[in-house]
Design a protein around this ligand. Structure first.
Ligand code: GAP
Length: 435
């Protein structure tokens, strides 16, 4: 498939089937802002869950938090974001469009002109006011990264969780950046969801942990079905590092426009804890009683946008194949990510069939996200489920009333097998490797 075509197809599918809608669409939309519809909301939850499971639930060295989105200027002054979280902004002298200088290779994407104003530093943080009285004391910022919540809570978490380095604090939540040029659907938006983990380590071990987390995160994508040849690692040169970073490696994904950033893994050194300790006057050192040593931990940080991931998973899963002489669209999503894992489809709207379908739903719904669809021919209903990546369709037909068995159809092979209703849950658990 031509790759620009792929982005268009996935974008169309996402809108047509209720993954992603332009925000405030009835008012003409709002500045590259998007809402997640019924399927997108399910899939985002699954992405968060898969990340949380890998980063928190299955580990004893990482805990989660959920910090505030609004923050005082003091946090962002100490973190360096007020001074340096900027992009170089230029105006095209001919058509007056504004661009991020480092993204346009000296040519205006709108009119082709090569004449621009001198670049100015444009701060990406959204500034607002907390409370009804305006003025300096009321200034607040929407967080541009969730990470600072982990640093400002470092001492609280240390005191309450009984963890000691190496240990991590993870968080999933909204972040806001006033991007100069949002682009490529939900790849770069002004409001997005971040999944970040700050891993605090003794300074001498930082490089080892940095390598560990790069590999751990790469493996996560492969485990969730992105083919290894669609992923690569890109280590930043020193001149491209963020103000806090001693080393950053991106996991890049093969988007239709070429390899580009999916996730960043950074060695933030002791930058953040040192800055916050200095600015707040509160010590953020760690005292190791076993060695009698006091030190400021270094931080290794894997950070990825859940919303950016959603589009990457959709692009990677999108396939067109031929079934019985017909082209079908199928999302080969890992079952853990699919918006619905199961669709229950009574062959007709007869009340007896709907009654048994209800029984089947009662068995499966506590364990799987299930769709229920009674309209159109069964063939068309299979195609609709394939198109949104539902791994299993369960058809309830008239034989079901006699033999108490249903047909289970596999999305990828289209193979159909007959399974007793009583064995259905065990059968689906086995097929999804949940023993
Ligand atoms: N705390 C580190 C940090 O925020 P970053 O590289 O600026 O690092 C981390 O962002 C990740 O967040 C990126 O790799 C990307 O997945 C996602 N991201 C960043 N800006 C985004 C945007 N405007 N829209 C969607 N996702 C974004």
């Amino acid at each position: 498939m031509e790759t620009p075509d792929l982005l268009e197809k996935v974008t169309n599918l996402a809108k047509r089937r209720g993954f992603i809608f332009p925000s405030a669409e009835i008012y003409g939309g709002f500045r590259s802002t998007y809402d997640y519809g019924p399927l997108g909301a399910n899939m985002l939850r699954n992405i968060r869950q898969a990340w949380w499971q890998s980063m928190v639930q299955t580990r004893t060295d990482i805990v989660g938090i959920d910090a505030a989105i609004l923050g005082p200027p003091a946090v962002w002054a100490a973190s360096g974001h007020l001074a340096t979280f900027t992009d170089p902004l230029v105006d095209c002298k001919k058509c007056k469009e504004r661009w991020r200088e480092d993204k346009i290779d000296g040519v205006c994407p709108n009119c082709g002109s090569t004449e621009f104003t001198e670049p100015r530093d444009f701060n990406l943080m959204f500034k607002t006011q907390a409370g009804p009285v305006e003025g300096e004391g009321a200034t607040a910022y929407l967080r541009p990264e969730t990470a600072q919540g982990m640093f400002t809570n470092f001492a609280n978490v240390l005191a309450t969780s009984r963890k000691k380095p190496p240990f991590g604090i993870a968080q999933i939540g909204k972040a806001f950046r006033n991007e100069i040029t949002p682009q490529n659907f939900v790849f770069r938006t002004r409001e997005f969801e971040l999944m970040e983990m700050e891993y605090f380590v003794p300074p001498a071990d930082a490089d080892e942990w940095y390598r560990y987390w790069i590999q751990y995160r790469l493996d996560w994508y492969i485990d969730l079905g992105i083919p290894a040849d669609q992923l690569r690692l890109h280590e930043h040169e020193a001149k491209d590092l963020s103000h806090y970073s001693r080393g950053t490696t991106d996991v890049e994904f093969a988007y239709p426009w070429g390899f580009d950033e999916l996730e960043g893994i950074a060695n933030r050194g002791d930058y953040d804890l040192t800055q916050h300790a200095k600015a707040s006057g509160v010590s953020l050192d760690y005292f190791d009683q076993s060695t009698n040593e006091r030190y400021t931990p270094y931080v290794i940080e894997p950070a990825v946008g859940a919303t950016r991931l959603l589009i990457a998973f959709l692009l990677s899963a999108y396939h067109e194949d031929e079934i019985e002489g017909e082209i079908r669209t199928v999302l080969r999503l890992d079952w853990r990510l699919a918006p619905y894992q199961v669709a229950v489809l009574p062959l007709s709207k007869k009340p007896e069939l709907e009654g048994v379908s209800r029984e089947v739903l009662d068995i499966l719904q506590p364990h799987f996200m299930c769709d229920y669809d009674v309209t159109q021919s069964i063939g068309r209903r299979y195609r609709r489920q394939d198109e949104v990546g539902t791994p299993f369709c369960i058809t309830v037909d008239f034989d079901t009333l006699e033999d108490r068995a249903v047909t289970v159809r596999d999305r990828d092979t289209t193979e159909q097998v007959r399974v007793k209703i009583g064995d259905l849950l065990a059968s689906l658990r086995e097929r999804t490797n949940q023993h």
